[in-house]
Design a binder for this molecule. Sequence first.
Ligand code: CA
Ligand code: CA
Ligand code: CA
Ligand code: CA
Length: 270
Amino acid sequence: MNFGRNNRAWRLAVAGCLFACRVLADDHGDAAVAATALVPDGGAVAGVINDDVDKDWFSFSTLPWVGYSITVATGTLWDSEADLYASDGATCQRATNSAGWATPLTVAWSNSGARTKRHLEIGGFAEFTTGTYSVAVARLNWVDADGDGMFDPWEVEMLGSTNQPAGGDPDNDGFPNIDEYYLQTDPDDADSGLFVVRLTPAATGTVVRWDAAQNGTYRLWSSTNLSSAAPGWTFFGEKTKFDASPAWDELVDPAATNARRQFYRVEFTY
Ligand SMILES: [Ca+2]
Ligand SMILES: [Ca+2]
Ligand SMILES: [Ca+2]
Ligand SMILES: [Ca+2]
């Protein structure tokens, strides 16, 4: 066959490639790091399962003491699969699908720990299933009559009323009330906050222990020097706490051995 530039078969082949490339372009990322952000109570987001192996990833921020309902409504997609992952994007916490059930598919999850991000992986359930869908996240029990971003039942339980502002610090520990809400520490106890509580030097490194709440994700930094900018802080690990107890977590800093002086910093992220 002649595939010269003016040949009709050549032009059809090019047109076919362009058409195929457009069909295969994906609308949402295929991994947790490329997740599309969903806003709780912010309405539905449309998506397309482009081919039978396409997975669309979403993420949303969850607040302590608050329940969430995730709804996947199918359009032309025959049935759907929705898996809920922890903030690390790797630990599956709930797997469900709509096969055999009337759509839409719903997944409920309540955050009994610290503020954290959740990831959602959506795909078609049956093989060779493609088509359109929409996904929405709703808060089931959110109450914030004073509009300070802190869940009112938590304020009443921990501070006696909703009178305290988000930026207040009645226990003078340096953590404002809203941070204590996110961290799930006690806003009325100066000893309850985000602190490095123990360092255990060993030949293989130093075991760093800090206050940690369930679902919390923490980032750890070390430095040999607090008095100047050099060498600054060195990041050595991130960890998500999955269990409710104990109320601390640990990570080894392998660069710090017995003979060295080290300072540590722990950061809460969500
Ligand atoms: Ca897609
Ligand atoms: Ca409030
Ligand atoms: Ca405080
Ligand atoms: Ca406190």
